[in-house]
Design a protein around this ligand. Structure first.
Ligand code: CA
Length: 234
C-alpha cells in the first residue's frame, strides 16, 4: 500500500511497482492511510511523511505499537535529518528522500522483500519456541512470557530478542544489529539500537538496572547470556 497525497507521485509509484509485478493500493491522505493500514495484512507499506490528517510518523508509530510486523518504507521530503532519524527511531525499515528516482525506490522495495524472504528461509527451526532461563519466546505466535507473565513487545523488540536468542553467547556490535535486525547498515544510528535494548531490558530483565540476560560487552556491543545469574544471587 502506498500512502501519498501527491497524486502524481502516487500514480507514478503504482505504475512502476505494477510493472514489477507488485499489486498496489493507494491511500491518498493520512486518515485513509491509517484506516487501510489496519484493515488487512499488507506485505509492505510505503508511507509519505507529510500527509493531510495523521502524518506518516503517526501512522508508523501506530503500526509499530502492534505485535504484527509490517515492513515500512518512508518517503521523506528534502533531506530533513530529523525526518530520517524519527523514521528510523519509530521503526521504519528504510527511507527514500524526495525527489527520488523510481528505479531506486523499486530497488529498495525489492531489497526489503529479499531480506524478509531470506529471514524466513534460512533460519533453522523457525517455528520452534526458545527457552532461556524463565523467558519463553515463541516465534510462531510472536509471544514472549517471563515466568507466567505475557510480555508485550513491539515488533522490533521481539525481532531483537529473537535474534539474540538464536545466537546465545555471541557478541553483536550495534552496527551488526542494525544490519541484521533492522536490515540496513546506516552509520550514525547506533543510538537507535541502544534505546531499543534499554526498552527490551525494562520488559524482560528481573532488574533492568543490572542486566543479566542481555549484557553489555564493553567497547564491542551486546550479547545474550544463555545462563543468566539470578538477579537475587549474591
Ligand atoms: Ca505529501
Amino acid at each position: 500500500m502506498v500512502v501519498e497525497d501527491e497524486h502524481d507521485i502516487a500514480q507514478l509509484l503504482a505504475l512502476h511497482l505494477g510493472d514489477n509485478d507488485f499489486e498496489v493500493t493507494i491511500a491518498c491522505d493520512g486518515h485513509e492511510g491509517m484506516r487501510q493500514a489496519f484493515a488487512r495484512k499488507w506485505d509492505l507499506i510505503i508511507l509519505d511523511i507529510r500527509l493531510p490528517g495523521p502524518d506518516g510518523l503517526s501512522i508508523c508509530r501506530a503500526l509499530r505499537r502492534e505485535q504484527a510486523y509490517v515492513p515500512i518504507l518512508m518517503l521523506t521530503s528534502k533531506s530533513l535529518e530529523l525526518d530520517r532519524v524519527l523514521g528510523l527511531e519509530l521503526g521504519a525499515d528504510d527511507y527514500v528522500t524526495k525527489p527520488f528516482s523510481v528505479t531506486e525506490l523499486v530497488a529498495r522495495v525489492r531489497a526489503i522483500f529479499r531480506r524478509i524472504e531470506s529471514l524466513e528461509k534460512t533460519i533453522p527451526g523457525v517455528g520452534e519456541a526458545i527457552e532461556i532461563a524463565s523467558i519463553k519466546i515463541d516465534p510462531a505466535s510472536r509471544q514472549v512470557t517471563v515466568g507466567r507473565d505475557r510480555v508485550k513487545l513491539t515488533a522490533r523488540e521481539f525481532d531483537l530478542l529473537l535474534h539474540f536468542a538464536r545466537h546465545p553467547g555471541l557478541v553483536f556490535s550495534r552496527a551488526q544489529l542494525l544490519d541484521q535486525v533492522w536490515g540496513y547498515g546506516h552509520e550514525g544510528y547506533e543510538h537507535t539500537v541502544n534505546s531499543h535494548i534499554n526498552r527490551l531490558r525494562a520488559k524482560i530483565e528481573p532488574d533492568s538496572t543490572q542486566p543479566s540476560l542481555i549484557v553489555t560487552v564493553w567497547g564491542v556491543g551486546y550479547k545474550l547470556d544463555p545462563e543468566p545469574q539470578a538477579a537475587s544471587a549474591a
